[in-house]
Design a protein around this ligand. Structure first.
Ligand code: CO
Length: 134
């Protein structure tokens, strides 16, 4: 069911500062910021030869990553995104095996304009998993 790693996401307290570190200190290509109000984050993508790193900063009062940053004030690994071919089939299989899909259980359009779902970290060894339909 799982395909490639699409991206790794890192929550950061200050997106401009994190962009500067990735661009200037680490020498990576970093995209312009993209606000995603539906997901409560502003993101940039660090483009690497084999995958992307998504740097995320909270957007709005009720951002889903605010609690994470309270526990990890300097930032931290937030989720891993795997590609799937059919997100509805993937969800049905996961729910059928007892895994929990976050939110209403329906795919939302993610940062790349493709449908995404998030899976409960307690069902996957403490790691938040995003699935993206490619
Ligand atoms: Co993501």
């Amino acid at each position: 069911m799982l395909g490639r790693v699409n991206h790794l996401a890192i929550a950061v307290p200050d997106l401009a500062a994190a962009t500067a570190v990735y661009r200037d200190t680490l020498g990576a290509a970093v995209s312009q910021p993209l606000a995603l109000p539906e997901h409560g984050v502003t993101v940039v993508f660090v483009e690497l030869p084999n995958t992307k790193i998504e740097l995320m900063e909270p957007l709005g009062e009720t951002s889903a990553i605010s609690a994470f940053l309270e526990k990890n004030p300097s930032g931290g690994m937030h989720h891993v995104c795997y590609e799937v071919e059919d997100i509805v089939a993937a969800r049905d299989r996961l729910v059928g095996s007892g895994a929990r899909v976050l939110g209403a259980g329906e795919a939302k359009i993610g940062a790349h304009g493709k449908p995404v779902l998030f899976l409960h970290p307690k069902d996957f060894f403490g790691t938040l998993i995003e699935l993206e339909q490619i």
